[in-house]
Design a protein around this ligand. Structure first.
Ligand code: TXA
Ligand code: MG
Length: 296
């Protein structure tokens, strides 16, 4: 159910509301309303060991929650799809999952910034049921949480991929989750290409442990299928669900989750994914999401 910014601000004083960001929709709760934060975990069916991102109005609010200095050149990305992992203070354990660090970002969406300006910082995991593709449109939120669930309609998300999460180790930033800002782009700011940390059995980014982005349809990379998830500029022997033009990674990114969700709406059981595309820049995030989405 679409609600206004004013209604969202009111409801957030005790409850959970879905909000738009430039990456994906978020399921928001105020950091000072523990019952609402609890509800975020319950609604999503999210494991409690998976910490949340704190969404700030501006970088000027960071000093309330961390004593760590942050490189100026990285703050150029804010508001925007870069999440920083920093040693934290003054945050409840339910947000950090008991870690000494927390995740911070300033989202780049005018409606959500208007909300945070009034409510103070919000936690906001992606507004999808845990394991399912993220939501990039208010209808995706309604699909997962019901037609009566309050959502601020901010249109289709501009980027369509989650924020890039980075953390510093021995003086160097490393990528814990690939996202809307590529390693190549970060290299231009940092002067070196940040290493992409491979998830291990005890990952530095707890979320990497869990199932992600998967539609009900089984995704395969070869063999027989009911349909193909691929590019509109290519020909296939199966019916095509397109995620864009093969030479336009921004377009593919913005369509990706909608395309994955539409496989289920169309009732396809087995879908062949065309992964014949480059592996650099945003393509590497898209490839990583498709690999995860295909895991059983
Ligand atoms: O684009 C985004 O980041 C979206 C929008 C709504 O802002 N949010 C989002 O949140 O993707 P979520 O909860 O789906 O993913 C947050 C990720 C999880 O994988 C979590 O494990 C990681 O951030 N994370 C949170 N705190 C962390 C910490 N202290 N150290 C390492 N990873 C952390
Ligand atoms: Mg998520």
């Amino acid at each position: 159910m679409r609600i206004s910014v004013k209604q969202a601000i009111d409801q957030l004083s005790s409850n959970v509301v879905a909000i738009p960001t430039e990456t994906v929709y978020g399921l928001a709760a105020r950091i000072d309303v523990p019952d609402a934060i609890e509800k975020v975990f319950t609604l999503k069916n999210r494991p409690r060991e998976n910490p949340l991102i704190v969404h700030l109005y501006s970088e000027n609010d960071l000093h309330h929650y961390t004593d760590e200095p942050v490189d100026e050149e990285l703050l150029d990305y804010w508001p925007g799809p870069l999440t920083l992992i920093l040693k934290c203070k003054n945050l409840p354990e339910i947000i950090t999952a008991g870690l000494p660090t927390a995740a911070f970002r300033v989202p780049n969406h005018p409606l959500t910034l208007e909300i945070i300006k009034m409510t103070g910082p919000l936690v906001a995991p992606s507004a999808n049921l845990s394991g399912y593709p993220s939501a990039t449109h208010y209808k995706h939120v309604e699909n997962d949480f019901g037609l009566n669930f309050p959502v601020v309609d901010g249109g289709m998300c501009e980027s369509g991929l989650e924020s890039t999460i980075i953390a510093k180790k021995q003086g160097k930033w490393r990528i814990l989750r690939l996202g809307a800002i590529s390693a190549e782009e970060l290299e231009k700011k940092l002067g070196y290409k940040p290493e992409v940390v491979k998830p291990s059995s005890k990952p530095e980014c707890p979320g990497q442990l869990f199932k992600h982005y998967s539609p009900k349809a089984k995704l395969v990379f070869k063999g027989d299928a009911d349909a193909v998830l691929g590019f509109r500029d290519r020909n296939y022997i199966f019916p095509l669900v397109s995620f864009g033009a093969s030479d336009d990674p921004e377009e593919i990114a913005s369509n990706l989750y909608d395309a994955l969700r539409s496989l289920d709406l169309l009732g396809y059981k087995t879908v062949l994914v065309d992964i014949n595309f480059p592996r650099d820049g945003l393509y590497s995030t898209i490839y990583e999401r498709l690999l995860k989405a295909s895991q059983e």
